[in-house]
Design a protein around this ligand. Structure first.
Ligand SMILES: [Zn+2]
Ligand SMILES: [Zn+2]
Length: 646
């Protein structure tokens, strides 16, 4: 007999060889029908796999992330089976699950696959799913695995096998399809009740531009039709909110192949929006004791050799900038931290100077492959709302609390109301890879946990997710349509103070090493603005809107009044424009609505005679007639309160 410990702590005895599915059935048949996989001692296994020793067991269903991942990964196998039916000889690369769905990279040889072929693949998948094909796991020797895929003629799988060790190779078979896979999988294909293949893209094998371009087929599946329907509605909504589309329509930013892909060009309206955000954070940071610094866009090679970034980015990023001086090399800055370390070193520091908080909106450059570039979310040059806090070990907790306050202030001001935080700590067992003393790590880890708890954050703790140089806290927000984005990060660092030999004189008159904390509430201006655009669908709150007010004279004869009104608004720091086109008022209103300008002032005979304005709100319509001073007062009040646009 073996002992199985359930999540609630209950311990049950079973014969050795029992499966998670058997355990589920012993609890209830209803539960067993929902089980997709199980976490055995924290590792996700097939529900049917025999358990031979005492173990902890957690049943995984559609409600668990690992349950969904297993479901989608299994769906990728189903897609492969359908592909093999229609495209005999197709070769398979990787077919992993993702955030929402799965994909499979395939080499179709000289056969082609078009969007319109996806429907017949979906139909075939559905047909196969209904036959309840069981996913069978089989351990196989490396030699046999090589033999199988050599006969099949799939060089991609052979390349993958080549990197695996004998004894760790498994095959999974469902119906007539066998794949090299470490699993796990759902019990059978019958769980898959709704299928949508969403799109086709190109992807280099192993993500390397030198390799062949494979066909990537994306899909998503669900255990019921209703969830698929909801998902499709959400996809439609996401398309409307796509920041690349809105960025173009609202004239916020552009890209030019001539300037270089992945290097955003901020247009006047986008630059205005970005400057507002920057000023907003700068003000909050000044209030929290940050000091501004500015550093150059390039740095000497030696700087990055010292920081370790040369090793990390040197070969795989932008190549050195040479000078007429033989052997002299500069690099585009991949990170601001090394520069800030050098600023720390410009004068001797004492414990009385700490914490020292150096802030910079610093632009950095990192090479990304062409295929990885995506609007403002994956770029080759971006500006971090960076700051580095240099403090004593016992100040880490207070600094975290202050940064959490700042991050929450940012979120609340931009109506991100649904957020969680992840605390990444050391591995519980293997601590060999971490730099810094155990004592300092314990202190910092405890500090992050306590600071998060005292600030009332909803957190998850992930062991083994810390960087080798320190623990960290990451914020995830859910946007208006429920998608998750990773935004701000707070990262403790024991490495750079060591590498740059940073010190301070303590109260004991001896030299000590400060702790460095990297933090960026936005992450980067580019990425944050992309998320913000999608979150508010381009309808920015009044305090951020590049154009806050559009003045719409009904006819040319009211233009002098409009000009006068414009200068009054400008004097009151309100960003306004006049629509002086020779168009009908109806069209002017429609166009302004589409441009998502929050406020419109319609000027006709009556308004001009009474020295008033008729206000319209984007998406809301008529708000009535008021005097100009009252209108200015209303705008200023809303801007000051940073009220989100309802
Ligand atoms: Zn698999
Ligand atoms: Zn940093």
């Amino acid at each position: 007999m073996i002992k199985i410990t359930l999540p609630d702590g209950a311990v049950k005895e079973f014969e050795a060889g029992v499966s998670a599915m058997d355990v589920a059935k012993s609890i209830s048949e209803g539960l067993a029908r929902k089980v997709l996989a199980a976490a055995i001692n924290g590792q996700v296994w097939d529900a049917a796999r025999p358990i031979n020793e005492d173990a902890s067991l957690q049943l995984l269903t559609w409600n668990d992330n690992e349950g969904k991942t297993t479901f989608w990964h299994s769906s990728a196998h189903l897609l492969a089976e359908a592909l093999e039916f229609y495209y005999p000889g197709v070769k398979f690369g990787y077919g992993p699950p993702g955030e929402k769905g799965f994909y499979y990279d395939v080499d179709l040889g000289d056969q082609t696959l078009k969007e319109e072929d996806l429907a017949k693949l979906e139909k075939k998948m559905m047909e196969l799913a209904k036959t309840n094909e069981v996913f069978e796991r089989k351990e196989i020797t490396k030699a046999d695995a090589v033999k199988y895929f050599t006969e099949k003629g799939d060089q991609y799988k052979l390349e993958i096998i080549d990197r695996l060790n004998d004894g760790e190779i498994t095959f999974y078979t469902q119906g007539g399809f066998t794949d090299l896979c470490r699993g796990p999988h759902i019990p059978n294909t019958g769980f898959i009740k709704a299928i949508k293949l969403t799109n086709i893209a190109g992807a280099y094998w192993l993500n390397d531009e030198k390799n062949k371009m494979l066909t990537r087929i994306y899909g998503v599946t669900f255990p019921n039709a209703k969830e698929l329907e909801e998902h499709m509605v959400l996809l439609e909504e996401a398309k409307k909110r796509d920041h690349r589309k809105l960025g173009k329509e609202l004239e916020l930013f552009a890209f030019s192949e001539k300037v270089g892909m992945g290097l955003p060009l901020w247009l006047p309206k986008g630059a205005m929006l970005r400057e507002r955000l920057q000023q907003f954070l700068q003000k909050a940071q000044m209030d929290s004791g940050y000091l501004p610094v500015i550093t150059p866009h390039i740095g000497h090679k030696n700087l990055y050799v010292t920081s370790g970034h040369y090793e990390k980015y040197g070969k795989d990023s932008f190549q050195p900038i040479k000078t007429p001086q033989e052997g002299e090399e500069f690099f585009l800055k991949p990170m601001n931290c090394p520069h800030h370390c050098e600023i720390y070193k410009t004068s001797p520091r004492s414990y009385k100077d700490l914490p020292l908080r150096l802030a910079e909106f610093g632009t950095v450059y990192r090479y990304e492959q062409h295929g990885e570039l995506h609007g403002l979310t994956r770029v080759r040059g971006f500006t971090q709302d960076d700051a580095h806090l240099f403090c004593m070990p016992n100040q880490v907790k207070d600094e975290f609390k202050k940064v959490i306050d700042l991050v929450l202030y940012v979120f609340n001001s931009l109506s991100f109301t649904d957020y969680t935080a992840q605390i990444s700590l050391r591995d519980k067992v293997d601590r060999s890879k971490y730099i810094g003393t155990d004592e300092n790590w314990d202190l910092a880890e405890q500090a992050i946990i306590e600071a998060s708890a005292e600030k009332g954050l909803k957190t998850v703790i992930e062991y083994g997710e810390a960087a080798f140089y320190g623990p960290k806290l990451d914020f995830m927000v859910r946007d208006a349509i429920g998608r998750k984005w990773q935004l701000g990060t707070i990262q403790v660092d024991y490495n750079l103070p060591e590498r740059f030999d940073l010190t301070y004189i303590g109260e004991d008159n001896a030299k000590h090493r400060p702790v460095m904390v990297h933090r960026a509430p936005f992450g980067s201006m580019e990425r944050f603005i992309a998320v913000l655009i999608e979150h508010c669908a381009g309808k920015f709150p009044l305090w951020l809107a590049p154009t806050q007010v559009k003045i719409l004279p009904i006819s040319d004869k009211f233009l002098p009044y409009a000009e006068n009104l414009l200068s009054q608004l400008k004097n009151a720091d309100i960003r306004a424009e006049i629509d002086d086109r020779n168009e009908k008022i109806g069209k002017k209103i429609r166009d302004t609505e589409l441009a998502k300008v929050p406020l419109m002032l319609v000027l006709g005979e009556k308004e001009v005679n009474e020295n008033k304005v008729a206000i319209r709100r984007q998406g809301k319509g008529d708000l009535g007639v008021t005097t100009i001073p009252e209108f200015i007062e209303m705008v200023n009040e809303e801007v000051k309160s940073k009220r989100a646009f309802e």
